[in-house]
Design a protein around this ligand. Structure first.
Ligand SMILES: Nc1ncnc2c1ncn2[C@@H]1O[C@H](COP(=O)(O)OP(=O)(O)O)[C@@H](O)[C@H]1O
Ligand SMILES: CC(=O)N[C@@H](CCC(=O)OP(=O)(O)O)C(=O)O
Length: 257
């Protein structure tokens, strides 16, 4: 099976010019077919604050009311996505920026109101792997924003890690998919303040123990849940690593079932 690299890059990296430049240099050098999925949560929070809109996160998901949906659509679908596309074009990578609404690549259902009303947050219903594959086969490089739509005219906000792992699973029937989550730390660490404490490999049972012990918490929990789910559903390799050296095959934390 042909290999496909799916690289997800998060908030802090896309927000800072220097780290974004390095990431785009490295991404440009990745051989073969590839997709970039980006976040931008910090940039959305910053613009919302400028507009006097308060940010509320619950379990790593942004409460997305109508004014916040306008902010995230502008920031993820516009500013962040187009900065990345322009940066890749400057490096002779023929990138095409997409939200889930474009070519109908990712359709979602607005999350039902439970104890918490997340507003315009989507749960992914379907990914059109054929549409994405047609772009890859045409030699274009999809750059996917964490936005979807409901098929009825409304955009919906999607956690970027979930977007990356769901797209990876959808393409796993066509490719040997290598999914890499890049962020600002070196990997999953025993102590987030100690750079020498990167854990090389984590299995589901080790993950449960690390969670219980409070070693893994916050945003790392949905990232690892998404990662193990992707492995169970056919993705070949998942790694969590620093945006600075993600192109080295052995860095960061590899996940194993
Ligand atoms: N054991 C751990 N190792 C590394 N990061 C951890 C760990 N436990 C919690 N974290 C937190 O998880 C965060 C990454 O999750 P998140 O902010 O959602 O990522 P992203 O930048 O990709 O959006 C890190 O910045 C760190 O604060
Ligand atoms: C529903 C939901 O929470 N969506 C996320 C999408 C952006 C994101 O995930 O960005 P990072 O990868 O930079 O954190 C949000 O609005 O924050």
């Amino acid at each position: 099976m042909e290999e496909l690299s799916i690289i997800k890059v998060g908030g802090k990296v896309v927000e800072e010019a220097e780290s974004l430049k390095k990431l785009l240099d490295d991404f440009s050098g990745v051989a073969g077919k590839k997709i970039l999925v980006h976040g931008g949560g910090r940039s959305a929070t910053a613009l919302a604050a400028k507009l006097g809109i308060e940010t509320k996160m619950v379990d790593g998901r942004r409460i997305t009311d109508a004014p916040m949906l306008e902010v995230v659509t502008m920031v993820y679908g516009g500013l962040v996505n187009k900065n990345i596309v322009a940066g890749l074009q400057a490096r002779k990578v023929n990138a095409i920026g997409l939200t889930g609404a474009d070519m109908n690549v990712v359709v979602s259902d607005k999350r039902a109101k439970g104890n918490i009303d997340y507003g315009f947050v989507g749960d992914i219903r379907a990914v059109d792997a054929n549409a994405l594959d047609s772009l890859l086969s045409a030699g274009t490089i999809p750059v996917i924003a964490p936005l979807s739509h409901d098929g009825k005219g409304s955009m919906l906000n999607i956690n970027a890690d979930t977007m990356a792992s769901t797209v990876a699973v959808a393409l796993a029937s066509k490719y040997k998919v290598n999914l890499v989550f890049c962020f600002e730390l070196l990997g999953v660490m025993k102590d987030v303040n100690d750079p020498s404490s990167v854990i090389n490999e984590i299995t589901p049972s080790e993950y449960e123990k690390l969670k219980q012990d409070g070693v893994i918490e916050g945003g790392m929990i949905p990232k690892l849940d998404n990662s193990f789910e992707a492995l169970r559903k056919g993705v070949s390799l998942v790694r969590i690593t620093s945006a600075n050296d993600f192109s080295r095959g052995d860095c960061g934390t590899a996940l194993r079932l």
